[in-house]
Design a protein around this ligand. Sequence first.
Ligand code: BGC
Length: 605
Amino acid sequence: MSSSFHKCQIFIPLIFTVIGCKNTSNSKVDKGIVIEKKVDSLLKLMTLEEKIGQMTQVRHFWDISKDDVATKFIGSVIHTQGINPGETAKEWQQKFIKLQKQALSTRLGIPLLFGVDAVHGQNTYNGATIFPHNIGLGAAANEELVEKAARITAIEAQATGFNWVFSPCIAIPFNEKWGRVYEAFSESTELTERLTKASVRGHQGNLSAANTVIATAKHFIGDGATDYGIEGGETSLNAQQIEEKLLAPYKAAVKEDIGAVMASFNTVTGTSMHAHKELITDALKIGMNFKGIVVSDWKGYSRFGGNNIINAGVDMVMAVDGDLDDFQSEVLKGVEDGSVQLSRIDDAVRRILRQKFKLGLFENPFPDATLITKIGSPDHRKVAKQAVRESLVLLKNENKILPINKATQKIVVVGEHADNSGLQSGGWTVNWQGTKENYKGATTILKGIKKQSKGKVIYDKNATGNHFDADLAIIVVGENPYAEFFGDIGHESNQLELTLTKEHQDYIKNYQEKGVKTVVVLISGRPLVVADQINKSDAFIAAWLPGSEGDGVAEVLFGDHNFSGKLPHSWPKSVEDFNNKYGPNFWDNSIEPLYPLGFGLTYEK
Ligand code: BGC
């Protein structure tokens, strides 16, 4: 067909002849039938090259040159670590509008999906509202709140030009050594299932509205259950264990009509998940009746078996870091030589088009400029602050030292985590592996303490000030930001431990030994082995990774609000417990935690 043939000349009229007339009914079922007919009509018009193009996802930088979106019929663009689309949100939108126009200029004018790792708010945009990471939302265990947070994330993602987020992570982390524990809600399958539903509802809402996005359940499956918590390692669970422990949140996500599921990096009993037909096609697509897109993870095509991953059921490929041309030509070859069935390609493209129609992208392919003012707005931050307050878990409160009397004369606040929004936010904040700098619009824990206290507040960043005459020390310690691979304890790239650094242990020890009452706030993406520090402190709070509204922590410490968070993970007692915990023989539950799942104190009335 001639490339000058415009989509309106062939496509729109054809659609109307197929479906008779515009959809006049509002019912979900009718809408679904109309969409299926539109998908079928469009699919019939597509060449093999155009189909493979739809299956391709690229970055907006490095992977593509000027005209590739149009000439390679690209189906989706991802934004992640690397070059930002611009400075302001308006520039981000404009960058993506330009790419969208390229896609619309093609023969069939199929719009692009724009995907982003917005995993705790639109965290790739400096100035967005950043929520506590999912582990904190797991502690809050409030479905309504998770839904609201996801709705806000969707708005801020759309405001920066995206219609698809790679969230929520619904892994069940079995081992705290895994560097992605905090991306998941909880080690409880049941809690994860509940919060997954809320998250999908919040992101996707009525998907065709301008302020909603496609959500992605990730990573399918076993990402958090690898032996010894190694990212991309081996998950040695059998089918029954997978069914019992891991599948329920995916089933819930599919029931909520989630638009996408991302394949995981790990192997399951020796087979790469990307190439695992039994799990992707048989269990997910057929068994659960999942109608959305299975998207590969990073560079999944060249890493996990080329066309095998397509045959296993992967529909869209992150063709990044040099994979683009090989992916497109190898799949083409595969179809030509019969090693990849055309029906498999059609299934993949049908799924991708279905989501595009559901999003209303053909009618409204461009982001809504009026959403820009909502980025980091006071209303959004209010919800994020509520999430911070509800995520805090009180582990110890000796002699009712908390809530802090606002009239306390002299408070010393100790530790670099107390006054650094980057450190308090963890990985996937502004940068992939996070940042150690303050970022736009965020407040810190120290700022909140200063707002609450009516006495003198002194900041002793590295515990060198020796303010032993203080009435109270609030010591904020914890982990530095990390994300996938680099956050695994035992990974060659780091010297991470399940314990606090010696320096941070000493912050607590120094003040405690001088008889100062100490309140310890732990910033971490997982439970750490801190039994000794809990012993030494008067009060101890697990604050997880609060995100941009750090001052919310102080509102609870000073009693404006009560503690309500409950542990989303059992808490380890000793490092030894973790040496083998959840190794291949994780099924042995003999390890006694320091605190069980669900533990959390409150202020007594
Ligand atoms: C991660 C995914 C993420 C993707 C895109 C991968 O390395 O595992 O969770 O969505 O990159 O940035």
